[in-house]
Design a protein around this ligand. Structure first.
Ligand code: UDH
Ligand code: MN
Length: 399
């Protein structure tokens, strides 16, 4: 009898274990439960402290895991969840070259709160039927051939339907995830500006950005001050629209890959990591010149760029220190994406090497609280709404 009881109980335990296993199997197999915690594999390049990701597969497999990660950060928003599921089965043109910039995706994963704010403000503009654009824009080509011919601004606008006066554009098919002010420090480089805009507009449209182009033109005779022009461009752009971030863009750099997304980054991003002039390598690890993107809150915390660098050199290194001092890190896309061709040119008159740059760089940490956005002083001489950009002519006093 006792043996029988033991046997009976033993038999019951086995049954219960088998039953639990069966239930578990069904939940994993058919209900995808518990939720997988997939995060994208990151590939940190320690040498230059860049964060990159290589997502694999021509079938959008990479996008799947990135989207899963994104989905995890905005749990609870069921309509967005649904949208990501739909996107994840759509292979994109871009996915065929198998590289997807990580920080771009991470930026999209900004959390429920920011998404809701944007959504609310867009809804108030009667666009409530539209959905947010795909996380990975679907019409990217990857590597680009650059156009070298200069075309006048009217022609460029004609070739890019949808471009609004003043160089504004946003997608009509969906609500952009990024409101970006593109700021170009400028003086007397009309041909370069034409070439750049001819290359840039089609790419930014494919990237489905809500953007505006601000060309900040420094009046003569004072020495050129690239950093201060970028501060001015930022301030003028923010007066006009609720931009989330700024991309600071040299006029002579032509992007060679449209997967170099001009979005609002989680961390300040150096977009022009690989320039032909430097044989597509970083001349030094901390370089931040050329083209860079930064989020509004972060730029303001750093107090923008310095206003004290007149002439060529140093202002980008000063900014790199501000970034570090503010607790941020410079990020970059992989070198085969962050590629640019620089239009050949000689040094401009009025932008000679600044002999004071090394002395100034010794005082960045002390200066940054009082030298920057909060000490910006300039006079607007003219605002000219061109079909492809807003040109703001400014006078800067060199004291
Ligand atoms: N810029 C102007 N006008 C000027 C000076 C500068 O528009 O008179 C702007 C423009 O956006 C330019 C940027 O500032 O792309 C940076 O200036 P740069 O192009 O002169 O800087 P870069 O780093 O300097 O390209 C390279 C100097 C070229 C000398 C070559 C010597 N071998
Ligand atoms: Mn240049």
């Amino acid at each position: 009898m006792l043996t029988h009881c033991i046997k009976y109980r033993y038999f019951n335990v086995i049954n219960v274990v088998i039953l639990i296993c069966l239930i578990n199997f069904c939940m994993y197999r058919f209900l995808d439960f518990p939720k997988s915690n997939t995060t994208p594999a990151t590939n940190a390049n320690s040498k230059s402290s860049v964060n990159i990701i290589r997502a694999s597969g021509v079938t959008g497999e990479g996008s799947q895991s990135l989207l899963t990660a994104h989905k995890d950060t905005i749990k609870g928003n069921s309509s967005l969840d649904l949208k990501f599921k739909q996107q994840s089965i759509k292979p994109t043109l871009a996915s065929s070259t198998s590289l997807i910039p990580k920080s771009d995706i991470a930026t999209e994963a900004v959390g429920k709160k920011r998404e809701e704010t944007t959504e609310a403000s867009e809804k108030s503009q009667n666009t409530s039927i539209l959905q947010f654009c795909a996380i990975i824009p679907p019409k990217l080509y990857g590597p680009l051939a650059t156009y070298s011919h200069s075309t006048n601004f009217k022609e460029i606008a004609k070739a890019n339907p949808g471009l609004q006066p003043g160089g504004r554009s946003k997608p009509t098919e969906c609500i952009s995830r990024h409101r970006v002010a593109i700021v170009i420090p400028y003086r007397n480089r009309e041909e370069h500006l034409q070439i750049l805009l001819n290359n840039l507009h089609p790419m930014l449209m494919r990237q489905q950005l809500d953007y505006g182009i601000f060309v900040i033109d420094q009046a003569l005779p004072t020495r050129f001050n690239r950093a201060m022009l970028m501060n001015i461009g930022y301030a003028e752009a923010m007066k006009r629209y609720n931009y989330q971030c700024a991309v600071f863009h040299d006029v002579d750099l032509l992007p060679e890959n449209d997967r170099n997304i001009y979005s609002c980054p989680e961390m300040p991003r150096h977009l022009s990591a690989a320039i032909d002039k430097f044989r597509y390598r970083l001349p030094y690890a901390g370089i931040y010149g050329g083209v860079s993107a930064v989020r509004k809150d972060q730029f303001e915390k750093m107090n923008g760029f310095s206003n004290m660098f007149f002439g060529w050199g140093g202002e980008d290194d000063d900014m790199a220190t501000r970034i570090r001092n503010s607790g941020y890190k410079i990020t970059r896309y992989p070198m085969d994406i962050a590629r640019y061709r620089m239009i050949k040119h000689t040094r401009d008159k009025g932008n000679e090497l600044n002999p004071q740059r090394y002395a100034l760089l010794k005082t960045t940490s002390k200066r940054m609280k009082t030298d920057g956005l909060n000490s910006l002083n300039y006079t607007v001489q003219e605002v000219d709404e061109q079909p492809t950009h807003l040109r703001i002519k400014v006078f800067i006093d060199e004291k």
